[in-house]
Design a protein around this ligand. Structure first.
Ligand SMILES: Cc1cc2nc3c(=O)[nH]c(=O)nc-3n(C[C@H](O)[C@H](O)[C@H](O)COP(=O)(O)OP(=O)(O)OC[C@H]3O[C@@H](n4cnc5c(N)ncnc54)[C@H](O)[C@@H]3O)c2cc1C
Length: 279
């Protein structure tokens, strides 16, 4: 049987191997979960129970940030980067090594990494930088000859995360902050143009206002760009309709479940003027 079509287990019990604060209110959670680590592709996500025992009850969605090789060389751990904003993320930040956690995954449509011979630019805003070490790792494994770079934007130096991991994977990072406290001053759209060598494709993840600005900035320039949306969702696999995004259909829109049609979409597919912004 084609292994890509073989049925896969969706629920996993993972063991916490590390949970550390790596930037302001931002935690790096590492989980031992070999089956998931081997299956996940860049841009996919997991739904994780915040605390054993179900308080809060609903799982929360997180991009799988990386899949780390174990002693055999095969991936055996996944890494999540978690910004603490409410009850669920606070509970996850309190996870300790040795605890177990129930996860569903890998979920969602991965990024299309495209032709490895062509340049790829990874654009992350804030905690939207999380999915990119896995993308850099996959790109390296594909023996990519086209250049790989990242452009990461944060509010300030204290919020910066995932930069060292990208550099360790051989991906140079252009850093910018809104207040100029680290890297260049400004937002990603202020600094993207010099990084768009001919033939470059863009993968982006961040808040909706960043996507809206990118959409305006790249419009009509022939730069393929995929975004990974982060609409709050309750189930993660197509049942609850919590995560719908407006997708263009002729002159109107239809509401697509971002958990199964996304979370990655071509930037031009989304009707950004209809997107709600809760950031
Ligand atoms: C596919 C996907 C991937 C994600 N990847 C990551 C990731 O890698 N790292 C990360 O830190 N977060 C990620 N998120 C967002 C994360 O799921 C939410 O921050 C988390 O569910 C909030 O849970 P909470 O209980 O702490 O907050 P809640 O108590 O549920 O909410 C607190 C406040 O945050 C708002 N909020 C809740 N969810 C979101 C959201 N998705 N976007 C903006 N505001 C929200 C609520 O409206 C509320 O005002 C991702 C979301 C999706 C859908």
């Amino acid at each position: 049987m084609d292994t890509a079509l073989a049925p896969r287990r969706l629920e996993h019990r993972a063991r916490v191997t590390a949970c550390d604060e790596v930037a302001r209110r931002t935690f790096r959670l590492e989980l031992h979960c070999p089956e998931l680590a081997a299956a996940v592709r860049p841009g996919q996500f997991v739904m994780i129970e915040p605390r054993a025992g179900g308080d809060p009850f609903l799982r929360r969605a997180f991009s799988v940030g990386d899949a780390l090789p174990g002693p055999s060389g095969a991936p055996d751990r996944i890494v999540l980067w978690i910004a603490v904003i409410g009850k669920g993320t606070r509970a996850l930040a309190e996870r300790r090594p040795g605890e177990t956690a129930s996860l569903l995954g890998p979920l969602g449509r991965p990024y299309d990494l495209g032709d490895p011979a062509k340049p790829l630019l990874l654009v992350g805003g804030g905690i939207g930088t999380a999915p990119f070490p896995l993308a850099a790792r996959a790109r390296r494994a594909a023996g990519a000859a086209g250049g790989l770079r990242a452009l990461f934007g944060f509010r300030d130096a204290g919020a910066a995360c995932v930069v060292r991991e990208m550099e360790d994977l051989g991906c140079p990072v252009t850093l910018c902050t809104e207040d100029g406290s680290a890297g260049a001053k400004g937002r990603v759209t202020d600094h993207i143009d010099p990084l768009l060598a001919p033939g470059t494709s863009v993968l982006a993840c961040g808040p909706n206002p960043m996507f809206q600005a990118l959409d305006r900035h790249l419009a009509g320039r022939g730069v393929p760009c995929q975004v990974s949306t982060e609409e709050p969702m309750a189930c993660g696999y197509g049942l609850c309709f919590g995560c719908v995004v407006p997708v263009k259909q002729g002159d109107s829109v239809r509401w697509a479940k971002s958990c199964i049609e996304g979370p990655t979409f071509p930037i031009e597919a989304i009707a950004w003027d209809r997107v709600r912004s809760i950031h």
